[in-house]
Design a protein. Structure first.
Length: 72
């Protein structure tokens, strides 16, 4: 049985103070912020979802985009 809390996603709005990695809720564009969430430069969206941080996340994404089969 799934917990309803598993499906909950908290969105942050452009202009809010934030620090970390975020994805635009509208188009998926990613940003890393250290001060305040911007308006999305790709779609002008204002809702952001915080991305889960992992120490090798960027390396894995790069591998997938290049079709690499090696496991980190």
């Amino acid at each position: 049985m799934r917990d309803e809390k598993d499906d909950y996603i908290e969105f942050q709005e452009a202009g809010m103070r934030a620090k970390g990695q975020y994805r635009c809720a509208g188009c998926g564009y990613g940003v890393t912020v250290h001060d305040e969430l911007p308006t999305c430069p790709m779609c002008s969206g204002t809702a952001w979802e915080q991305s889960a941080w992992t120490p090798f996340g960027n390396a894995r994404n790069l591998q997938r985009s290049r079709g690499a089969s090696a496991v980190l």
